[in-house]
Design a protein around this ligand. Structure first.
Ligand code: SAM
Length: 196
């Protein structure tokens, strides 16, 4: 197979790294949910060598993830776990969880499952970093996000850009507090929660 490629990952990985470098300075073991092509995983594991980066995704993406992991030699980058948000997570505790561009792709019940998983598998003091577009008080932050939401719902009505207030509620219910809401390029956010 040809190596899967996402141009948006190439575009956003530098800005995300800048934030993760600060936010994950004290972390050791990161679980990435919805690794996708693994371009982020390969880049972040290389640049953040103090971390162990555990990839995960649905089975359909594993061949592509292996392809990217085969192209580098990084001891701190781990082969993908089969993590489906419909199922219990195949991992013990981690002290960091990262996900990019997943919460608007999965249905709202799976967003809820995501936070239950985070509550169960993120250790006390651990950080949750979520990258993607979000709404505030039900409002899109720009026309391009509104257009993107229409496009998402044309594919699957259960998809859609989430309200940060609703995300925060799910997070709070799992003992997580929003510590930072970073402004990112292209009208995205990087939300950082801490579990107390
Ligand atoms: C838009 S892609 C984002 C991929 C990558 N994180 C990125 O930023 O390019 C959404 C990801 O969510 C994953 N995903 C979709 N449904 C899922 C589920 N039920 N459980 C876990 N991951 C899921 C997809 O396989 C895909 O990797």
């Amino acid at each position: 197979m040809t190596k899967p490629f996402s141009q948006s990952c190439e575009n956003n990985k530098h800005a995300i790294l800048t934030v993760l470098t600060r936010e994950l300075m004290q972390s050791q073991r990161i679980l990435e949910v919805g690794t996708g092509t693994a371009q982020h995983a390969v880049y972040f594991a290389d640049k953040l060598a103090h971390l162990t980066w555990q990839t995960s995704d649905l089975a359909c993406n594993h061949a592509g993830i292996h392809h990217w992991l085969d192209s580098v030699s990084l001891d701190n980058l781990k082969r993908p776990l089969l993590l489906d948000l419909n199922q219990p997570w195949p991992i013990e505790k981690v002290d960091g969880i990262f996900t990019a561009n997943t919460l608007h792709i999965v249905s709202w019940p799976l967003v809820s499952n995501f936070f239950h998983g985070v509550g169960k598998h993120l250790s006390s003091g651990g950080k949750l970093c979520i990258y993607g577009p979000f709404n505030y008080l039900g409002q899109f932050t720009c026309q391009s996000n509104a257009d993107f939401d229409v496009w998402l719902k044309d594919i699957d009505v259960e998809r859609g850009i989430r309200d940060i207030e609703a995300i925060n509620q799910l997070a709070n219910a799992q003992g997580l507090t929003l510590m930072n809401d970073h402004t990112m390029p292209a009208n995205n956010r990087l939300l950082v929660f801490v579990k107390f």
